[in-house]
Design a protein around this ligand. Structure first.
Ligand code: MG
Length: 160
């Protein structure tokens, strides 16, 4: 009998004019980007929290505090790689991840498969194990008003 664990993650970043927009490790051309200490990859942050949650290992703020100068402008892919290492160190393998980004603009469809491949490569799993979805919020709330972007993630990990 496998020992299954699940984890969930959620993150929000405010959007600012003229900043880089990086989601799922992919830079997306846009007139706004996430205001953040790191590269502001809200999708990866939610995914890291889901992975950490699955093995009850705290959260991203505990391991990579934004008061730490080492993480200024940090490539969130490096954080994701480190989090996957922590999961495997505890004897678990990643079953799958399912993520949703809520953002009004731009249309993310053209970038979804690139994000899946990038995330899967950093996580050392096949891209069929990583799902990325995008939704608008029908112009409602901070995402709909283009003041911010949110992301949720659910992961399953297992140990034989
Ligand atoms: Mg964040």
């Amino acid at each position: 009998m496998k020992d299954f664990r699940i984890g969930s993650g959620y993150d929000v970043h405010a959007l600012g004019d003229g900043l880089r927009l990086v989601l799922g490790g992919v830079e997306i051309p846009h007139d706004k980007g996430c205001i953040a200490h790191s590269d502001g990859d809200v999708l990866i942050h939610a995914l890291c929290d889901a992975l950490l949650g699955s093995v009850s290992a705290g959260d991203i703020g505990l391991h990579f505090p934004d008061s730490d100068e080492r993480y200024r402008g940090a490539d969130s892919c490096l954080l994701l790689g480190e989090v996957c290492r922590m999961v495997r160190e505890r004897g678990y393998e990643i079953g799958n991840a399912d993520c949703t980004i809520a953002m009004q603009r731009p249309k993310l469809r053209p970038y979804i498969d690139m994000m899946r491949e990038r995330l899967a490569s950093v996580m050392s799993v096949g891209p069929e194990r990583v799902s990325v979805k995008a939704t608008t919020t029908e112009r409602l709330g901070f995402e709909g008003e283009e003041r911010g972007v949110s992301a949720t993630a659910v992961v399953l990990v297992y140990r034989e």
